[in-house]
Ligand binder design. Structure first.
Ligand SMILES: Nc1ncnc2c1ncn2[C@@H]1O[C@H](COP(=O)(O)OP(=O)(O)OP(=O)(O)O)[C@@H](O)[C@H]1O
Ligand SMILES: [Mg+2]
Length: 476
Protein backbone atom coordinates (compact mmCIF):
# COMPACT_ATOMS: atom_id res chain seq x y z
CA UNK A 1 0.00 0.00 0.00
CA UNK A 2 2.92 2.33 0.64
CA UNK A 3 4.65 1.25 -2.56
CA UNK A 4 4.36 4.75 -3.94
CA UNK A 5 6.80 5.89 -1.29
CA UNK A 6 9.24 3.04 -1.82
CA UNK A 7 12.82 4.21 -2.04
CA UNK A 8 15.10 2.47 -4.55
CA UNK A 9 17.08 -0.10 -2.58
CA UNK A 10 20.73 0.94 -2.62
CA UNK A 11 22.35 -1.52 -0.27
CA UNK A 12 21.23 -1.82 3.34
CA UNK A 13 19.74 1.58 4.09
CA UNK A 14 20.83 1.58 7.73
CA UNK A 15 24.38 2.02 6.54
CA UNK A 16 23.22 4.36 3.78
CA UNK A 17 21.69 6.52 6.47
CA UNK A 18 24.95 6.44 8.39
CA UNK A 19 26.92 7.51 5.31
CA UNK A 20 24.65 10.46 4.77
CA UNK A 21 26.00 13.71 6.24
CA UNK A 22 24.26 14.45 9.50
CA UNK A 23 21.40 16.92 9.18
CA UNK A 24 22.28 20.29 10.70
CA UNK A 25 21.11 20.40 14.29
CA UNK A 26 18.14 22.74 14.68
CA UNK A 27 18.63 25.71 16.97
CA UNK A 28 17.92 24.62 20.58
CA UNK A 29 14.43 25.57 21.65
CA UNK A 30 13.41 26.31 25.22
CA UNK A 31 12.00 23.18 26.81
CA UNK A 32 13.61 20.84 24.27
CA UNK A 33 16.76 19.18 25.50
CA UNK A 34 19.02 17.26 23.14
CA UNK A 35 21.83 14.84 23.74
CA UNK A 36 25.34 16.36 23.57
CA UNK A 37 26.47 17.33 20.08
CA UNK A 38 29.38 15.29 18.64
CA UNK A 39 32.13 17.92 18.18
CA UNK A 40 32.16 18.74 21.90
CA UNK A 41 33.06 15.10 22.76
CA UNK A 42 36.63 14.12 23.70
CA UNK A 43 38.17 11.66 21.17
CA UNK A 44 37.89 8.55 23.41
CA UNK A 45 34.20 9.17 23.88
CA UNK A 46 33.77 9.81 20.16
CA UNK A 47 35.41 6.46 19.38
CA UNK A 48 33.16 4.69 21.86
CA UNK A 49 30.10 6.44 20.39
CA UNK A 50 31.18 5.46 16.89
CA UNK A 51 31.60 1.85 18.00
CA UNK A 52 28.18 1.89 19.63
CA UNK A 53 26.66 3.40 16.47
CA UNK A 54 28.24 0.70 14.30
CA UNK A 55 27.01 -1.98 16.72
CA UNK A 56 23.50 -0.60 16.46
CA UNK A 57 23.66 -0.46 12.67
CA UNK A 58 24.83 -4.06 12.54
CA UNK A 59 22.05 -5.13 14.89
CA UNK A 60 19.58 -3.17 12.74
CA UNK A 61 20.68 -4.98 9.58
CA UNK A 62 20.57 -8.35 11.31
CA UNK A 63 17.14 -7.57 12.67
CA UNK A 64 15.84 -6.81 9.20
CA UNK A 65 17.23 -10.05 7.80
CA UNK A 66 15.92 -12.08 10.73
CA UNK A 67 12.53 -10.40 10.52
CA UNK A 68 12.26 -11.58 6.90
CA UNK A 69 13.20 -15.11 7.91
CA UNK A 70 10.76 -15.06 10.80
CA UNK A 71 7.92 -14.05 8.54
CA UNK A 72 8.86 -16.95 6.25
CA UNK A 73 9.11 -19.44 9.08
CA UNK A 74 6.49 -18.48 11.65
CA UNK A 75 3.03 -19.86 11.29
CA UNK A 76 1.28 -16.49 11.37
CA UNK A 77 -2.16 -18.03 11.81
CA UNK A 78 -1.01 -19.80 14.97
CA UNK A 79 0.58 -16.68 16.45
CA UNK A 80 -2.75 -15.33 17.67
CA UNK A 81 -3.20 -18.31 19.96
CA UNK A 82 0.41 -18.59 21.13
CA UNK A 83 1.32 -17.40 24.59
CA UNK A 84 3.92 -14.63 24.89
CA UNK A 85 6.47 -17.02 26.41
CA UNK A 86 5.97 -19.64 23.67
CA UNK A 87 6.24 -17.09 20.92
CA UNK A 88 9.38 -15.56 22.44
CA UNK A 89 10.93 -19.03 22.68
CA UNK A 90 10.00 -19.74 19.06
CA UNK A 91 11.49 -16.44 17.90
CA UNK A 92 14.68 -17.11 19.89
CA UNK A 93 15.00 -20.55 18.30
CA UNK A 94 14.44 -19.34 14.73
CA UNK A 95 16.82 -16.41 15.18
CA UNK A 96 19.52 -18.61 16.80
CA UNK A 97 19.33 -20.98 13.86
CA UNK A 98 19.49 -18.12 11.35
CA UNK A 99 22.44 -16.46 13.14
CA UNK A 100 24.24 -19.80 13.07
CA UNK A 101 23.57 -20.15 9.38
CA UNK A 102 24.89 -16.67 8.77
CA UNK A 103 27.89 -17.43 11.03
CA UNK A 104 27.18 -14.41 13.15
CA UNK A 105 28.28 -14.46 16.79
CA UNK A 106 26.48 -12.10 19.14
CA UNK A 107 26.90 -11.41 22.83
CA UNK A 108 24.12 -12.70 25.11
CA UNK A 109 23.01 -9.14 25.73
CA UNK A 110 22.80 -8.34 22.00
CA UNK A 111 20.87 -11.55 21.39
CA UNK A 112 18.34 -10.64 24.09
CA UNK A 113 17.93 -7.12 22.68
CA UNK A 114 17.58 -8.47 19.16
CA UNK A 115 15.01 -11.09 20.14
CA UNK A 116 12.94 -8.52 22.08
CA UNK A 117 13.03 -6.17 19.10
CA UNK A 118 12.00 -9.00 16.79
CA UNK A 119 9.12 -9.85 19.10
CA UNK A 120 8.07 -6.17 19.10
CA UNK A 121 8.23 -6.13 15.28
CA UNK A 122 6.15 -9.25 14.88
CA UNK A 123 3.60 -8.65 17.61
CA UNK A 124 3.79 -4.97 18.42
CA UNK A 125 4.71 -1.60 17.05
CA UNK A 126 8.45 -2.09 16.61
CA UNK A 127 10.64 0.73 17.94
CA UNK A 128 7.60 2.40 19.52
CA UNK A 129 7.00 -0.58 21.78
CA UNK A 130 9.56 0.21 24.56
CA UNK A 131 8.32 3.82 24.64
CA UNK A 132 4.72 2.68 24.93
CA UNK A 133 5.72 0.48 27.86
CA UNK A 134 7.70 3.25 29.58
CA UNK A 135 5.37 4.62 32.27
CA UNK A 136 7.28 7.89 32.55
CA UNK A 137 6.56 8.84 28.92
CA UNK A 138 3.45 10.96 28.34
CA UNK A 139 3.74 11.74 24.64
CA UNK A 140 5.65 10.11 21.77
CA UNK A 141 6.34 12.38 18.80
CA UNK A 142 7.87 11.00 15.62
CA UNK A 143 9.30 13.42 13.05
CA UNK A 144 10.32 11.08 10.27
CA UNK A 145 12.16 7.79 10.81
CA UNK A 146 15.25 9.21 12.52
CA UNK A 147 13.80 11.52 15.11
CA UNK A 148 11.63 10.27 17.92
CA UNK A 149 10.93 12.68 20.76
CA UNK A 150 9.29 11.84 24.04
CA UNK A 151 7.72 14.02 26.69
CA UNK A 152 8.49 13.25 30.31
CA UNK A 153 7.45 15.57 33.14
CA UNK A 154 6.43 18.24 30.66
CA UNK A 155 9.86 18.23 28.93
CA UNK A 156 10.58 17.11 25.37
CA UNK A 157 13.70 15.01 24.75
CA UNK A 158 15.13 13.47 21.59
CA UNK A 159 15.58 9.70 22.05
CA UNK A 160 18.23 7.54 20.42
CA UNK A 161 15.53 5.20 19.10
CA UNK A 162 15.01 5.27 15.33
CA UNK A 163 13.11 3.44 12.63
CA UNK A 164 15.23 1.73 10.00
CA UNK A 165 13.90 4.00 7.29
CA UNK A 166 10.69 5.66 6.15
CA UNK A 167 9.32 2.36 4.84
CA UNK A 168 9.73 0.80 8.26
CA UNK A 169 7.89 3.74 9.86
CA UNK A 170 5.12 3.50 7.25
CA UNK A 171 4.77 -0.22 7.90
CA UNK A 172 4.18 0.43 11.61
CA UNK A 173 1.72 3.25 10.82
CA UNK A 174 -0.09 0.92 8.45
CA UNK A 175 -0.29 -1.72 11.17
CA UNK A 176 -1.89 0.78 13.55
CA UNK A 177 -4.41 2.29 11.16
CA UNK A 178 -5.42 -0.96 9.49
CA UNK A 179 -6.22 -2.37 12.93
CA UNK A 180 -8.98 0.26 13.18
CA UNK A 181 -10.14 -0.25 9.61
CA UNK A 182 -8.51 2.90 8.25
CA UNK A 183 -6.00 3.55 5.56
CA UNK A 184 -3.40 6.21 4.95
CA UNK A 185 -1.82 6.88 1.59
CA UNK A 186 -1.23 9.74 -0.76
CA UNK A 187 -4.94 10.48 -1.14
CA UNK A 188 -5.76 10.05 2.59
CA UNK A 189 -2.53 11.29 4.11
CA UNK A 190 -3.63 11.61 7.74
CA UNK A 191 -5.58 9.68 10.31
CA UNK A 192 -6.70 9.67 13.94
CA UNK A 193 -6.85 6.32 15.66
CA UNK A 194 -6.73 4.70 19.05
CA UNK A 195 -4.08 2.13 19.89
CA UNK A 196 -5.06 -1.18 21.47
CA UNK A 197 -4.06 0.18 24.90
CA UNK A 198 -6.30 3.25 24.50
CA UNK A 199 -3.55 5.71 23.55
CA UNK A 200 -4.53 8.55 21.19
CA UNK A 201 -2.76 8.35 17.84
CA UNK A 202 -2.45 10.77 14.94
CA UNK A 203 -0.33 10.44 11.83
CA UNK A 204 0.40 12.29 8.63
CA UNK A 205 2.38 10.68 5.85
CA UNK A 206 4.35 12.03 2.84
CA UNK A 207 4.07 13.91 0.59
CA UNK A 208 2.02 16.15 2.89
CA UNK A 209 4.50 15.41 5.67
CA UNK A 210 7.56 16.78 3.93
CA UNK A 211 10.47 15.17 5.82
CA UNK A 212 8.95 11.79 6.53
CA UNK A 213 5.85 10.64 8.38
CA UNK A 214 4.73 12.53 11.46
CA UNK A 215 3.23 10.59 14.34
CA UNK A 216 1.89 11.89 17.65
CA UNK A 217 0.84 9.57 20.43
CA UNK A 218 -0.74 10.70 23.72
CA UNK A 219 -0.21 7.75 25.99
CA UNK A 220 -3.22 6.39 27.78
CA UNK A 221 -2.81 6.36 31.54
CA UNK A 222 -4.69 3.59 33.31
CA UNK A 223 -4.37 5.44 36.57
CA UNK A 224 -5.85 8.84 35.81
CA UNK A 225 -4.68 11.71 37.97
CA UNK A 226 -7.33 12.55 40.56
CA UNK A 227 -7.89 15.76 42.52
CA UNK A 228 -5.54 14.69 45.39
CA UNK A 229 -2.79 13.83 42.85
CA UNK A 230 -3.13 17.19 41.11
CA UNK A 231 -2.98 19.01 44.45
CA UNK A 232 0.09 16.95 45.39
CA UNK A 233 1.78 17.81 42.06
CA UNK A 234 1.11 21.50 42.69
CA UNK A 235 -1.40 21.88 39.83
CA UNK A 236 -3.68 23.80 42.25
CA UNK A 237 -4.23 24.17 45.99
CA UNK A 238 -6.55 22.38 48.37
CA UNK A 239 -8.60 25.60 48.72
CA UNK A 240 -9.02 25.78 44.96
CA UNK A 241 -10.01 22.10 45.09
CA UNK A 242 -12.72 22.92 47.64
CA UNK A 243 -13.99 25.74 45.45
CA UNK A 244 -14.05 23.48 42.37
CA UNK A 245 -15.87 20.78 44.29
CA UNK A 246 -18.57 23.29 45.22
CA UNK A 247 -18.74 24.57 41.62
CA UNK A 248 -19.13 21.12 40.05
CA UNK A 249 -21.49 19.80 42.72
CA UNK A 250 -23.69 22.91 42.42
CA UNK A 251 -23.91 22.25 38.69
CA UNK A 252 -22.06 25.26 37.36
CA UNK A 253 -21.22 24.93 33.68
CA UNK A 254 -17.45 24.67 33.47
CA UNK A 255 -15.04 25.18 30.61
CA UNK A 256 -11.45 24.04 30.98
CA UNK A 257 -9.32 26.14 28.69
CA UNK A 258 -5.64 25.67 27.83
CA UNK A 259 -2.98 25.13 25.23
CA UNK A 260 -2.00 21.82 23.72
CA UNK A 261 -0.91 19.24 26.29
CA UNK A 262 -1.58 21.67 29.14
CA UNK A 263 -3.64 19.14 31.08
CA UNK A 264 -7.19 20.06 29.96
CA UNK A 265 -8.47 16.50 29.62
CA UNK A 266 -6.77 15.47 32.87
CA UNK A 267 -8.40 18.41 34.69
CA UNK A 268 -11.81 17.67 33.15
CA UNK A 269 -11.52 14.04 34.19
CA UNK A 270 -10.52 15.01 37.74
CA UNK A 271 -13.37 17.55 38.00
CA UNK A 272 -15.85 14.90 36.94
CA UNK A 273 -15.07 13.03 40.18
CA UNK A 274 -17.21 15.63 41.99
CA UNK A 275 -20.32 14.59 40.05
CA UNK A 276 -22.80 12.72 42.19
CA UNK A 277 -23.09 8.99 41.63
CA UNK A 278 -26.85 9.24 41.10
CA UNK A 279 -26.51 11.44 38.00
CA UNK A 280 -26.69 10.25 34.42
CA UNK A 281 -23.64 11.56 32.59
CA UNK A 282 -23.07 11.35 28.84
CA UNK A 283 -19.59 11.93 27.45
CA UNK A 284 -18.81 12.81 23.84
CA UNK A 285 -15.28 12.76 22.48
CA UNK A 286 -13.38 12.50 19.22
CA UNK A 287 -11.06 9.98 20.86
CA UNK A 288 -12.41 8.46 24.06
CA UNK A 289 -9.94 9.49 26.78
CA UNK A 290 -12.17 10.34 29.74
CA UNK A 291 -12.62 7.74 32.44
CA UNK A 292 -15.48 8.70 34.69
CA UNK A 293 -15.92 6.81 37.92
CA UNK A 294 -19.70 7.23 38.20
CA UNK A 295 -22.05 4.28 37.77
CA UNK A 296 -24.34 5.89 35.23
CA UNK A 297 -22.11 6.96 32.35
CA UNK A 298 -22.79 6.72 28.62
CA UNK A 299 -19.70 7.19 26.44
CA UNK A 300 -19.80 8.26 22.81
CA UNK A 301 -16.98 8.63 20.32
CA UNK A 302 -17.35 10.46 17.02
CA UNK A 303 -16.34 8.71 13.83
CA UNK A 304 -14.70 10.08 10.70
CA UNK A 305 -16.01 9.27 7.23
CA UNK A 306 -14.90 5.99 5.66
CA UNK A 307 -12.82 5.71 2.49
CA UNK A 308 -15.87 6.47 0.33
CA UNK A 309 -16.46 9.61 2.39
CA UNK A 310 -19.54 8.12 4.08
CA UNK A 311 -20.60 7.19 7.56
CA UNK A 312 -19.17 10.15 9.47
CA UNK A 313 -20.71 10.73 12.90
CA UNK A 314 -19.61 14.10 14.21
CA UNK A 315 -19.44 15.33 17.80
CA UNK A 316 -22.41 17.50 16.90
CA UNK A 317 -24.43 14.43 15.80
CA UNK A 318 -23.57 12.74 19.10
CA UNK A 319 -24.47 15.83 21.08
CA UNK A 320 -27.83 16.28 19.37
CA UNK A 321 -28.62 12.66 19.97
CA UNK A 322 -27.42 12.89 23.57
CA UNK A 323 -30.01 15.58 24.24
CA UNK A 324 -32.70 12.95 23.56
CA UNK A 325 -31.10 10.49 25.95
CA UNK A 326 -32.19 12.18 29.17
CA UNK A 327 -28.78 13.21 30.43
CA UNK A 328 -28.30 15.02 33.74
CA UNK A 329 -24.99 16.30 32.50
CA UNK A 330 -23.16 16.31 29.21
CA UNK A 331 -19.38 16.32 28.95
CA UNK A 332 -17.79 17.10 25.59
CA UNK A 333 -14.08 16.19 25.52
CA UNK A 334 -13.12 19.19 23.43
CA UNK A 335 -15.37 21.74 21.73
CA UNK A 336 -13.65 22.77 18.53
CA UNK A 337 -16.31 23.35 15.89
CA UNK A 338 -19.97 23.60 15.07
CA UNK A 339 -20.98 21.51 18.12
CA UNK A 340 -20.44 24.70 20.13
CA UNK A 341 -24.00 25.80 19.28
CA UNK A 342 -25.57 22.68 20.72
CA UNK A 343 -23.22 22.74 23.70
CA UNK A 344 -24.20 26.32 24.58
CA UNK A 345 -27.86 25.47 24.11
CA UNK A 346 -27.55 22.39 26.30
CA UNK A 347 -25.86 24.46 29.01
CA UNK A 348 -28.65 27.02 28.73
CA UNK A 349 -31.53 24.62 28.70
CA UNK A 350 -31.59 22.33 31.66
CA UNK A 351 -28.33 20.44 31.33
CA UNK A 352 -26.49 22.66 33.73
CA UNK A 353 -23.42 21.13 35.24
CA UNK A 354 -22.12 20.35 31.77
CA UNK A 355 -18.43 20.61 31.03
CA UNK A 356 -16.06 20.82 28.12
CA UNK A 357 -12.55 21.97 27.19
CA UNK A 358 -11.40 24.50 24.62
CA UNK A 359 -8.08 25.46 23.15
CA UNK A 360 -7.32 29.00 24.38
CA UNK A 361 -4.64 30.92 26.24
CA UNK A 362 -6.77 32.81 28.76
CA UNK A 363 -10.36 33.05 29.94
CA UNK A 364 -10.97 36.13 27.76
CA UNK A 365 -9.35 34.39 24.80
CA UNK A 366 -11.58 31.38 25.51
CA UNK A 367 -14.67 33.56 25.13
CA UNK A 368 -13.38 34.88 21.79
CA UNK A 369 -12.78 31.29 20.68
CA UNK A 370 -16.38 30.42 21.50
CA UNK A 371 -17.60 33.49 19.57
CA UNK A 372 -15.47 32.51 16.58
CA UNK A 373 -16.69 28.94 16.65
CA UNK A 374 -20.30 30.17 16.61
CA UNK A 375 -19.51 32.47 13.67
CA UNK A 376 -17.69 29.69 11.80
CA UNK A 377 -20.61 27.32 12.32
CA UNK A 378 -22.51 29.68 9.99
CA UNK A 379 -24.95 30.98 12.57
CA UNK A 380 -25.94 34.49 11.65
CA UNK A 381 -26.58 36.09 14.98
CA UNK A 382 -25.64 39.60 16.14
CA UNK A 383 -22.47 39.53 18.25
CA UNK A 384 -24.33 40.83 21.28
CA UNK A 385 -26.79 37.94 21.09
CA UNK A 386 -23.95 35.44 20.78
CA UNK A 387 -22.23 36.98 23.78
CA UNK A 388 -25.35 36.96 25.89
CA UNK A 389 -25.86 33.29 24.97
CA UNK A 390 -22.28 32.55 26.09
CA UNK A 391 -22.61 34.64 29.25
CA UNK A 392 -25.70 32.80 30.37
CA UNK A 393 -24.37 29.37 29.38
CA UNK A 394 -20.87 29.41 30.86
CA UNK A 395 -20.32 29.97 34.58
CA UNK A 396 -16.68 29.16 35.07
CA UNK A 397 -13.48 29.06 33.05
CA UNK A 398 -10.58 27.11 34.46
CA UNK A 399 -7.31 27.95 32.69
CA UNK A 400 -4.71 25.17 32.49
CA UNK A 401 -1.16 25.89 31.41
CA UNK A 402 2.12 24.11 30.87
CA UNK A 403 4.82 26.45 32.15
CA UNK A 404 8.33 26.72 30.65
CA UNK A 405 9.76 24.36 33.27
CA UNK A 406 7.30 21.66 32.16
CA UNK A 407 5.04 21.91 35.21
CA UNK A 408 1.31 21.97 34.59
CA UNK A 409 -0.71 24.40 36.64
CA UNK A 410 -4.20 25.78 36.90
CA UNK A 411 -3.13 29.37 36.35
CA UNK A 412 -6.53 31.00 36.74
CA UNK A 413 -10.11 30.33 37.81
CA UNK A 414 -12.46 32.92 36.37
CA UNK A 415 -16.21 33.34 36.85
CA UNK A 416 -18.52 34.75 34.21
CA UNK A 417 -20.80 37.17 35.98
CA UNK A 418 -23.05 38.47 33.19
CA UNK A 419 -23.04 41.20 30.57
CA UNK A 420 -22.15 44.85 30.84
CA UNK A 421 -23.43 46.52 27.69
CA UNK A 422 -21.93 44.51 24.86
CA UNK A 423 -19.15 42.99 26.92
CA UNK A 424 -19.15 39.77 28.91
CA UNK A 425 -18.12 40.55 32.46
CA UNK A 426 -15.92 38.19 34.40
CA UNK A 427 -14.01 38.07 37.64
CA UNK A 428 -10.90 36.10 38.48
CA UNK A 429 -11.16 34.31 41.82
CA UNK A 430 -7.83 32.44 41.97
CA UNK A 431 -4.62 32.87 40.05
CA UNK A 432 -1.06 31.62 39.88
CA UNK A 433 1.49 34.34 40.56
CA UNK A 434 5.00 33.94 39.20
CA UNK A 435 7.64 35.22 41.56
CA UNK A 436 10.84 34.29 39.73
CA UNK A 437 12.94 31.52 38.24
CA UNK A 438 15.45 29.28 40.02
CA UNK A 439 18.90 28.91 38.41
CA UNK A 440 17.91 25.44 37.16
CA UNK A 441 14.96 26.97 35.27
CA UNK A 442 12.30 25.90 37.75
CA UNK A 443 9.62 28.52 38.06
CA UNK A 444 8.98 29.94 41.52
CA UNK A 445 5.41 30.98 42.12
CA UNK A 446 2.36 30.63 44.29
CA UNK A 447 -1.39 30.32 44.01
CA UNK A 448 -3.35 33.19 45.42
CA UNK A 449 -6.93 34.32 45.82
CA UNK A 450 -7.67 37.64 44.18
CA UNK A 451 -9.77 38.86 47.09
CA UNK A 452 -13.11 38.71 45.27
CA UNK A 453 -15.83 36.63 46.84
CA UNK A 454 -17.41 34.11 44.48
CA UNK A 455 -20.36 35.40 42.47
CA UNK A 456 -21.91 31.99 43.19
CA UNK A 457 -21.44 32.06 47.00
CA UNK A 458 -25.17 32.13 47.67
CA UNK A 459 -25.74 29.20 45.35
CA UNK A 460 -22.95 27.26 47.04
CA UNK A 461 -24.56 27.97 50.42
CA UNK A 462 -28.02 26.89 49.24
CA UNK A 463 -26.55 23.60 48.06
CA UNK A 464 -24.81 23.03 51.39
CA UNK A 465 -21.31 24.15 50.39
CA UNK A 466 -20.65 26.93 52.84
CA UNK A 467 -17.07 27.74 51.87
CA UNK A 468 -15.11 29.66 54.53
CA UNK A 469 -14.58 33.33 53.61
CA UNK A 470 -10.87 32.82 54.23
CA UNK A 471 -10.38 30.90 50.96
CA UNK A 472 -11.08 34.13 49.07
CA UNK A 473 -8.56 36.14 51.09
CA UNK A 474 -5.32 36.88 49.25
CA UNK A 475 -1.88 36.36 50.75
CA UNK A 476 -0.17 39.72 50.58
N1 LIG B 1 -0.85 18.48 36.74
C1 LIG B 1 -0.22 17.54 36.07
N2 LIG B 1 0.93 17.04 36.54
C2 LIG B 1 1.62 16.12 35.86
N3 LIG B 1 1.22 15.59 34.68
C3 LIG B 1 0.08 16.04 34.15
C4 LIG B 1 -0.70 17.04 34.81
N4 LIG B 1 -1.77 17.32 34.06
C5 LIG B 1 -1.66 16.52 32.97
N5 LIG B 1 -0.58 15.75 33.03
C6 LIG B 1 -0.10 14.79 32.01
O1 LIG B 1 0.16 15.56 30.84
C7 LIG B 1 -0.25 14.90 29.66
C8 LIG B 1 -1.19 15.78 28.86
O2 LIG B 1 -2.37 15.99 29.59
P1 LIG B 1 -3.81 16.10 28.90
O3 LIG B 1 -4.05 14.98 27.96
O4 LIG B 1 -4.78 16.31 30.00
O5 LIG B 1 -3.61 17.46 28.10
P2 LIG B 1 -4.59 18.20 27.08
O6 LIG B 1 -4.49 19.67 27.39
O7 LIG B 1 -5.93 17.59 27.14
O8 LIG B 1 -3.86 17.88 25.71
P3 LIG B 1 -4.46 17.99 24.20
O9 LIG B 1 -4.48 19.44 23.86
O10 LIG B 1 -3.44 17.25 23.39
O11 LIG B 1 -5.80 17.32 24.22
C9 LIG B 1 -0.90 13.60 30.13
O12 LIG B 1 0.01 12.58 29.93
C10 LIG B 1 -1.18 13.82 31.59
O13 LIG B 1 -1.09 12.62 32.33
MG1 LIG C 1 -7.08 16.71 25.65
Amino acid sequence: MFSRFKKPEAGPSASAAAARPAAPAPAPKPGISRPAVAPARPPAEAVAADKEKKRKERLGELKQELHKRLLDNLNLAAIEQASEANLKAEIAAISAEALDEMSVALSKEDRTTLNQELYDEVMGLGPLEPLLKDESVNDILVNGPNRIFVERNGKLTLTDITFKDERHLLRIIDKIVSAVGRRVDESNPYCDARLADGSRFNCMVPPVAVDGSLVSIRKFKKEKLGIPDLVRFGAFTEEMGLYLQAAVSCRLNVIVSGGTGSGKTTTLNALSSFIDNTERVLTIEDTAELQLQQVHVGRMESRPANVEGKGAVTQRDCLRNALRMRPDRIIVGETRGEEVIDMLQAMNTGHDGSMTTIHANSARDGISRLENMVAMAGIEMPLKAVRSQIASAVNLIVQASRLQDGSRRMVSITEITGMEGEVISMQEVFRYERLGVEPNGKIIGRFNATGVRSHYSDRFKQWGYDLPASIYEPII
